[in-house]
Design a protein around this ligand. Structure first.
Ligand code: SAH
Ligand code: TYD
Ligand code: ZN
Length: 399
């Protein structure tokens, strides 16, 4: 394939096989027309970007029945609340009548912290159902993808922005050169582009290959981000390591030469070199680690079965779609998956068709073993499930 960022020729270093849409929860009637694509990660040795070879059309993933609501996690609410305080004190408070834009604002979990204080804001969110939820929380939202024409329209109607933010969505957007152009259209001369996403360094360290699925067309490193946006006149000025989504990184970019470079960024770049994030060898090792992880998980689940223990899944995450399909785990090994999101309940998981049930089911009939697919919310879940844990029941981690 041609690298989406720099156009250089590059090839996948492994394949996870045929994959359905990670959030494509479905009913029995939909099984026949279920969509599959080949999930193969690629490392571009020219611009150092980690990406997947083919991605389904955005409209197939983001629509009026989008299954991911950010508000399902209390900790993520806290995270976005703290993030907004940091942003206000670091970059916004000294500005008069600042304007903040968020790409992929979902149900308004982040922007509501600005809406409440009457700060000028706008969310850009193509999935109609989650955008509607955001509006209920007083968040101004346009239901559209973040395109060049929308950027010009917003500039005309609302003026230039002080900050463009994005959380867990930049990695969803295939054409990052368009994002660079849009940022140049929309941002003031002293404006900032700030985004956070699952971090390649964490994925390599933990072999958390479940971060790789259709929506995540990229898994970023600071090395890659600085190259991608340099082409559009932006300079990476800071990086902040985060615990969210199993290990994320926040990237702060300003126009070249306008800002001091934070020491944290220098340390991040050094660490990335040490980890070998810029070297194809690292990805060969990663492939082997994925294969080992698959074997380990399959054996652990087979042992539970042999010992007559009933296993259920905890959290029907997008990430679990990669694990279940790559490891070929279906309802012969996992009875059902419990999830608190109403739109997922009563449906089947993508590809492997394990039933998704309401959380009340898990509470009522406590299985022997729970496999924690929402492992990135471990702290929050362990606090909630003290009774399950103390009764001698078992947790399995897929990662
Ligand atoms: N920011 C939230 C939601 C992340 S999920 C959080 O961190 O929890 C990603 C969101 O981005 C989805 O709601 C999806 O509909 C939206 N999205 C996907 N592609 C987009 C694009 N090109 N422009 C704007 N939003 C997009
Ligand atoms: P998450 O890991 O945030 O994202 P992704 O889908 O991107 O991998 O998804 C968490 C899922 O787990 C979501 O469907 C809600 C569910 N969940 C529970 O069922 N119980 C909980 O206590 C929490 C925190 C999440
Ligand atoms: Zn490239």
């Amino acid at each position: 394939m041609k690298c989406r960022v720099c156009g250089e020729e590059c090839a996948p270093f492994m394949s996870f096989g045929k994959m359905p849409l990670a959030n494509g929860f479905l009913t029995e009637n939909d099984i026949e027309k279920e969509y599959f694509y080949e999930l193969s990660p690629v490392f571009c040795n020219n611009c150092k970007t980690f990406q997947i070879e083919s991605q389904p059309e955005p409209e197939a993933m983001f629509h009026d029945e989008y299954a991911f609501f950010s508000r399902t996690s209390e900790r993520m609410k806290e995270h976005f609340n703290k993030y907004s305080s940091w942003l206000k004190s670091t970059y916004l408070n000294q500005r008069t009548d600042p304007f903040i834009i968020e790409i992929g604002s979902n149900d308004g979990i982040f922007l509501e912290n600005f809406a409440k204080e009457g700060i000028k804001h706008l969310g850009i969110e193509p999935s109609g159902n989650v955008a509607e939820e955001a509006r209920k929380h007083g968040v101004n939202t346009v239901v559209e993808f973040f395109t060049e024409s929308l950027s010009s329209e917003i500039k005309e109607k609302h003026g230039e922005a002080d900050i463009i933010c994005a959380a867990n969505v930049m990695c969803h957007i295939p054409d990052l050169n368009e994002i660079g152009k849009n940022a140049n259209i929309l941002l003031k001369a002293n404006g900032l582009l700030i985004f956070e996403d699952p971090y390649l360094g964490s994925m390599i360290e933990k072999t958390s290959y479940d971060q790789i699925y259709d929506e995540h067309v990229y898994i970023f490193s600071a090395i890659a981000v600085s190259k991608i946006f340099a082409a559009h006149g932006f300079e990476l000025i800071d990086t902040i390591q985060l615990e969210t989504h199993g290990g994320s990184m926040r990237y702060v970019l300003g126009r070249k030469g306008k800002w001091d470079i934070n020491d944290r960024l220098i340390k991040t770049l050094q660490k990335e070199k040490e980890l070998g994030l810029d070297s194809p060898k690292t990805y060969d090792l990663f492939r082997k680690s994925c294969e080992e992880s698959k074997e380990r998980l399959r054996k652990a689940l087979q042992l539970e079965k042999i010992n007559g223990r009933r296993v259920v899944g905890y959290g029907a995450t997008s990430k679990s779609t990669t694990i279940l399909n790559y490891c070929e785990i279906g309802s012969e090994l996992i009875d059902y998956i419990s999830d608190t999101t109403p739109i997922k309940q009563g449906k089947l998981t993508p590809g492997m068709h394990i039933p998704v049930k309401a959380y009340s089911e898990f509470c009522n009939e406590h299985p022997d073993t729970a496999i924690l697919f929402a492992w990135n919310h471990r702290k929050e879940i362990m606090e909630k499930e003290k009774e399950f844990t103390s009764s001698g029941r078992k947790w399995l981690s897929p990662i």
